[in-house]
Design a protein around this ligand. Sequence first.
Ligand SMILES: Cc1cc2nc3c(=O)[nH]c(=O)nc-3n(C[C@H](O)[C@H](O)[C@H](O)COP(=O)(O)O)c2cc1C
Length: 207
Amino acid sequence: MPELLPALADRRARRAFDPRPVAPAEVELLYRAVSVAPSHGNSQATRLLVAEAPATRDALIAALNEGNRGWAAAAPLLVAVASITTHESNPRNRDGSEREMWAFNSGIATGNLLAQATEMGIVAHPMAGFDEPAVRAVFELPTEVRVLVVVAAGYPGAAESLPEDLRGREDAPQLRLPVEILVAHDRWTAENATTFREYRERGGASR
Ligand SMILES: Cc1cc2nc3c(=O)[nH]c(=O)nc-3n(C[C@H](O)[C@H](O)[C@H](O)COP(=O)(O)O)c2cc1C
């Protein structure tokens, strides 16, 4: 995808990390990338929860699902992305029903963080595989603060540092649905509803 920014096209959810800490100036740029993200009504309700003290790190790692713990514990930087849900003013439909935007806003902010990390040669791997009550307990979050993802970040490491079952996934092809499925022109079609699994079973794959 040469026409896209390298920071978008080259981003991969890699799992091997170099133990070197991320340079403070680069960590700051990751925070800045989040701070410039757009949000509905400019609510800016996204917050970054950084595990710095060894006890906080250990507790956050313990809150991850087992499948993530094995590789994410080696990441020098662990950051949970959270939202203060009560800071959002939800858009309303004509019947008065509301649409919650907090997860969407924090998703855009997380995308910014991932792109900025990629641009600096830093692996940033988002994880939804964690126990939210456990993460909430780690950071002593009030009830209105929800956790969306934990991002494991650091400079790329050698695939050999990973458990054998994960090694081959580091540079596996990045498989994506084609735009014909992604985009509905004027009306929804059965093609738009194709799942990634169905597409793969048809023998399709694209980057
Ligand atoms: C919201 C979200 C949650 C994810 N959770 C996990 C996770 O818990 N563990 C994991 O190994 N990868 C996780 N991933 C990474 C995806 O598996 C990965 O992005 C996807 O397989 C595509 O691979 P690529 O990012 O290298 O293109 C998550 C990604 C996103 C966006």
